[in-house]
Design a protein. Sequence first.
Length: 256
Amino acid sequence: MTTAAPFCSPAAGESSVDAHPGPVDASMIVLRRTLLQLSQAECDKVFARLMQMQLASPSKKIRLGSICTGSGAGEVGVKLILDTLKCLVSTPASVELETVFGCEYDSAKVAWLWHNFSMQPVFANAACMGFSKAMCQVSHQPVAIPDCDVLSAGFSCKDLSSLSTKRSERFQSILTELETCLTASEGDIIKALEDPKGSSTALTLGGVLRYIERHRPLCVILENVKDGFARIMEPVQKKLQQFGYVSCWEALGSLI
């Protein structure tokens, strides 16, 4: 999702979409089609669970962690969902969100995240997110990787995208490399990052799954391209089930 402006009612969202079509308003359409399909009781139940999550948090805020952060659209999207739910529940209440870490390799995007969100730490590589510590792109120092309550994560799509000419022949090797990444030592992961023949999908997804196994966030949101997700989600869901999670997935158009 790529919007910074919450909406408080279907009518307000509808007029905004009609007047200013584009990615921001498209995000509102996705929210309206999903959140507004919930009954009042379901909205209240979801919000009550969020309140429990907030009260259990050491900071008394819902701690958001992000992997493959990009320009921070995932963080804005999660905030928009919370702001929308606030407008839908029968009992007014406050849920506060704080971003406790990001993970982004591109230095220009790291500067953007710091300037616009004061995001710190921002770690350098998703493949290393299962480590106890990783290098922070802001402080340029090794930093302990924090726990979070909600994890918003992506992973490399290069080996899974429909644009990849070697997608079919690489798929089985991706699964094999993923299993290796989940049990490899930190030193072996570092070596694999230096291997140009290695799978960036296996390394980054492996880092995400290692983080989940180690830190056990209460809620995980994974995103990737449709074709890649459809192929990789069965083994990923099996792994998440082993970690104790219940999961589902859905294909959404980014501009629908």
